[in-house]
Design a protein around this ligand. Sequence first.
Ligand SMILES: [Zn+2]
Length: 182
Amino acid sequence: MMTTNNTADGGADDVDRQRVRSWYGLSADIIVEHGLWHLVRIGRISLYHPPVVNLVLRRGQPRDDRLYLSFLHEFGHLQTLPAPIAHVLLLVATVRWRGRGIWGMLVALLAAIVAHQALWELTSESYVMVKTGPEYRRIYREHPNPVGQVAFWSSMATMAFFLSRWLMRRQAVDKAPLQSHN
Ligand SMILES: [Zn+2]
């Protein structure tokens, strides 16, 4: 279990920080501020996250449980980084980016970024579930949050899957215009 230097009163210095090292050797700092905003800092590069996961998925949980799961979620981003990288490479390799026009290109790029982020959220939270196992189930049993869980998993899975499919499908349709695709 991770140790943190969290303050008890949730005041202005309400910052939790931990140095971690991924299974593939990359080191990073994980920081959770005010129990909400969180980021992974790799060297000088800070990857900020909006507190969507904490607001939606950790709703109603005690502070200690929330921070415990939030830290592991951020660590999950680091641990599962190869998956979203593979996803990006797949999109770069399979999606036809040219010939869309400037707006079509921007829309495709936006769709790719959203799909990429959504996939990364899924892999990261899946890491938390696998890593904590019974502890994860205990926390959600004691502090049920079915709306938040359904909202998170369904929205992230929908964005990751359907946006990726839409980007790749456009390629397939262009390649085979005479095929029916209902
Ligand atoms: Zn996240």
